[in-house]
Design a protein around this ligand. Sequence first.
Ligand code: ZN
Length: 124
Amino acid sequence: MKKHTTVVYLIHFSSKLGNPDNPRGQAGHYVGQAVDLAARLERHRIGNGSAIMAAVARAGISWVCVRTWEDGTSEQEIKAQKNAPRLCPVCRGEVQLPAARVVGKRVPMIERKVQMDNRHAPGR
Ligand SMILES: [Zn+2]
């Protein structure tokens, strides 16, 4: 088990949320970072860990963790792009969300689905 590796994660909301920090803004995504992603997602699921995720929980909006970066990319780098939909595999149409209401699930990451050079050699 890796320890003390910071994971940056992107959460996609099933519907937009009014941003409590900016009444004119609407949030459709949340970017955060955590050492223990599973524990953090569980905190978000019960409405803890960030003001936005608490508001999402109160509003009953379902969400999924759609992408993670474990390569040293920082939360600030992702936020600085200010273009979460472009980074989001759901918004890009590359991943279908399950039809059922889901909260706190991780969907398969595109990086793992589009490996070009993934041939095994079964003859050995
Ligand atoms: Zn999205």
